[in-house]
Design a protein around this ligand. Structure first.
Ligand SMILES: Cc1cc2nc3c(=O)[nH]c(=O)nc-3n(C[C@H](O)[C@H](O)[C@H](O)COP(=O)(O)OP(=O)(O)OC[C@H]3O[C@@H](n4cnc5c(N)ncnc54)[C@H](O)[C@@H]3O)c2cc1C
Length: 304
């Protein structure tokens, strides 16, 4: 396995902004992953694990440590043992969904068209409307960021909730994850494939499909907001952002609020990460002065 030096991260994330990583590697096996951890510790380097870069913003100064971009692409389907599918951290979410459907295993298709790797998906517990990835995950292999020790953990270890998993403590990284799915007939699978295709069409119409990190801010927790609509706390950040009238309007340099979605920022080829940060500050200021609440990024900030 090669550890490269001074590698640009600009083309390795969806915003297409950001600087270089001091060191960069792509372990293809668990053993290689262990070696990269040893290298980082021996050289006293911070570690950043990069998936597909669909939920992060990398600073223009880059990352002064070791970026590990796992290419663990193993994918096994075990239909005889409780319909469990196991995927490596580097497998793309859509590839996992497609393999499941091809094996008459249902559940994950609601996450169709969400970009990213299994590592990034488990880290944030991806969601689409009321479905969470944690509804399906049953166990995983993780690696300790200091010792390089690998252990198998059950779902409870992760302490999953909305936008949360224990991986966010950054003491462990994901190696593989196992999901328990529902065995279905050919007819049910045909319906599920149709649902997958419809979700993909819907999302492609509804959201920007490049140069964005998806939703920039997380939704609010009920205790953070006062506004009630029909007796229910309004927790959806996009509701407030929409009302500010910033959609397709507010812009800093090459970064702009998408015309399709008020909680999505899009970039053009001139954009820098500083443009995005300055736009985010403007949005937060407007939210604070109008609604007395500050939206919190869901997007992960790297190297700031
Ligand atoms: C157009 C668009 C639409 C989106 N729609 C949705 C949506 O509907 N629902 C939703 O939930 N999200 C959505 N997202 C966000 C994004 O798709 C998810 O957060 C996805 O899980 C990111 O995966 P990634 O591999 O790109 O992670 P990255 O962006 O590469 O990394 C994100 C975080 O995960 C950590 N990480 C990555 N791999 C590992 C690992 N192996 N071990 C430990 N930590 C790791 C990184 O260090 C980083 O902190 C959308 C994004 C885009 C661009």
């Amino acid at each position: 396995m090669i550890i490269e030096e001074n590698i640009s991260l600009k083309n390795k994330n969806w915003f297409k902004t950001g600087g270089n990583s001091k060191y960069f590697c792509q372990p293809q096996t668990t053993q290689d992953f262990v070696k990269t951890i040893e290298f980082a510790n021996k050289n006293n380097l911070d570690i950043f694990v990069l998936g597909n870069g669909a939920n992060l913003l990398i600073s223009d100064a880059g990352f002064n440590g070791l970026t590990i971009n796992p290419k663990l692409l193993n994918l096994t389907v075990n239909k005889t043992n409780n319909n469990i599918v196991t995927a490596g951290a580097g497998v793309e979410i859509q590839d996992l969904i497609n393999v499941c459907l091809d094996n008459n295993l249902l559940g994950l298709e609601d996450f169709s068209n969400i970009p990213g790797s299994i590592g990034g998906a488990v880290y944030i517990n991806i969601h689409f409307f009321e479905k969470f990835l944690s509804n399906y995950l049953i166990s995983a292999e993780i690696i300790n960021n200091r010792t390089g020790k690998i252990k198998t953990v059950e779902k409870d270890w992760f302490n999953f909730s909305y936008d949360k998993s224990k991986l966010q403590k950054k003491e462990h990284f994901l190696i593989t994850a196992s999901f328990k799915l529902t065995k279905s007939s050919d007819l049910e699978t045909a319906y599920a494939k149709g649902r997958r295709d419809e979700i993909i069409r819907y999302r492609q119409r509804q959201y920007p499909t490049k140069n964005t990190c998806g939703s920039f801010f997380r939704n609010f927790y009920p205790e953070e907001v006062n506004l009630e609509i029909n007796g229910k706390k309004m927790i959806f950040v996009a509701y407030y952002l929409d009302k500010l009238g910033i959609k397709g309007n507010l812009k800093v340099g090459g970064a702009q609020v998408s015309f399709q979605h008020a909680n999505m920022i899009v970039t053009d080829e001139t954009a820098t990460s500083a443009d995005i940060i300055n736009l985010v500050k403007k949005i937060q200021e407007q939210m604070l002065s109008t609604y007395q609440i500050t939206p919190i990024p869901e997007c992960q900030l790297i190297g700031f």
